[in-house]
Design a protein around this ligand. Structure first.
Ligand code: UD1
Ligand code: UDP
Length: 374
């Protein structure tokens, strides 16, 4: 049977690969080998458990104060013998993390085909987001299959002379995932703690925002609470110690700010669905929120997901304290603008992305193997 190796390393990779991994494991045409690099430990563990995924191999690369170089070199070193032992026909990677790049390079060194899920996102700014923009551009050079979430992503790849036959527009698997998580009846201790008050959901973790940008963002949150005395803020804090330290220092004592551990994705999606709006620098949250009908103010100066900005469901507000506070105020005091953002159509997919990807893989790898046997 044809073996597919899926390599994940961070929270968003697990969440967005979960629908595809489920399909591969249910297929009678493929054997699955699920590898986690362990770039993230707790956050990957949380997501794997939630989606009932069990890694066949854990490279356990995470260490305190890890750098891009240390993650890359450890993944390269530890993946080589795994690939040699497992002999997959194709390795699937997702997105633009250090794990994504290192796993692609490891597969290339073994001359194994590479399928890139969520291919073709671009800012064309080498340092924003850093290092993700270069990671995904380099993976596009290495990959044999490019699963582009949108038509724009496909056009980006075509403009880089990538063979049209190797690109499939599939939608983003993030939207598939929402089908697994959203619940009509839902309660959570954090919602009870806010006692029915409206709340803004916040996530921040991007490398470009660590330091002074994050200080500006957190100051803006405090300003917003001053302007709106009945609103609360819920902030599930990333495990990155740099984010946690500043969040605790600047935000922890405010009675209407609720800092929590990272939420499992069922909780995150259901809580997001009950929020008033979302402030985030996350990539995945930009894709999910339009399906939850929540306006998203993006705490970045540029995005590789301009489809949502064009559709009017995302707005880039950057990291300037005043601009953030003013943008929230404008949205919360103008029902029409709020509704326009909340009611837009999600341009990132229809929940069928994993099905489209597996059909391509079946057509190519399972049929090739059958032909080989004849
Ligand atoms: C990485 C990805 C980024 C993605 C983000 C998702 C790269 C280059 N960037 O961010 O694209 O948006 O993950 O969250 O790969 N940590 C823990 N426990 C965990 C997870 C992280 O302690 O479960 C700590 C790590 O030890 C590290 C810090 O958090 O010190 C940041 O982790 P890292 O993998 O370096 O994240 P980023 O590169 O910032
Ligand atoms: N998410 C989660 N719990 C949280 C915050 C986010 O499960 O407390 C999910 C979110 O729904 C999305 C993904 O994590 O699917 C985004 O991951 P992250 O923001 O870490 O990375 P990015 O998408 O920016 O690469």
């Amino acid at each position: 049977m044809c073996k597919i190796m899926c390599v994940v390393g961070t929270r968003p990779e697990v969440i967005k690969m979960a629908p595809l991994v489920h399909k591969i494991s249910q297929s009678n045409q493929f054997e699955l080998c699920l590898v986690t690099t362990g770039q993230h430990k707790e956050m990957v563990g949380q997501a794997m458990e939630l989606f009932q995924l069990k890694a066949d191999v854990d490279l356990e690369v995470m260490k305190a104060g890890q750098t891009l170089t240390s993650i890359t070199s450890r993944v390269l070193d530890r993946l080589e013998p795994v690939m040699q032992a497992e002999q997959p026909s194709v390795v699937l990677v997702h997105g633009d993390t250090t794990t994504t790049l290192a796993a692609s390079l490891a597969a290339f060194y073994q001359k194994v085909d590479i399928g890139h899920v969520e291919a073709g996102l671009r800012t064309y700014d080498k340092y924003a987001p850093y290092p993700e923009e270069m990671n995904r551009q380099l993976v596009s050079r290495l990959a044999d299959w490019h699963f582009a979430p949108t038509e724009l992503a496909r056009e980006n790849l075509l403009a880089e002379n990538i063979d049209a036959k190797s690109i499939q527009v599939t939608g983003n698997t993030a939207i598939d995932c929402l089908n697994l998580t959203l619940k009509q009846h839902y309660s959570h201790e954090l919602l009870e703690r806010m006692n029915g008050h409206e709340f803004i959901l916040v996530t921040v973790h991007r490398r470009e925002n660590l330091g002074v940008n994050m200080e500006h963002i957190f100051s803006a949150l405090l300003d917003i609470l001053d302007y709106f005395p009945n609103i609360h803020i819920l902030f599930p804090v990333h495990k990155n110690p740099v984010v946690r330290e500043l969040a605790e220092q600047m935000l922890q004592n405010h009675p209407r700010i609720h800092l929590s551990e990272p939420l499992n994705t069922v909780d995150f999606h259901n809580i997001a669905y009950r929020s008033l709006l979302i402030l985030t620098d996350s990539g995945g949250v930009q894709e999910e929120a339009p399906s939850l009908h929540k306006p998203v103010l993006v705490l970045r100066n540029q995005t590789e997901r301009p489809e949502g900005v064009d559709a009017g469901v995302l707005k880039l507000v950057g990291t300037d304290r005043e601009t953030i506070a003013q943008s929230v105020t404008a949205l919360l005091t103008d029902e029409r603008s709020y509704q326009q953002m909340a009611c837009g159509i999600n341009p990132y997919g229809d929940g069928q992305a994993a099905e489209r990807i597996i059909r391509v893989l079946e057509q190519h790898y399972a049929s090739a193997q059958a032909a080989g046997r004849e």
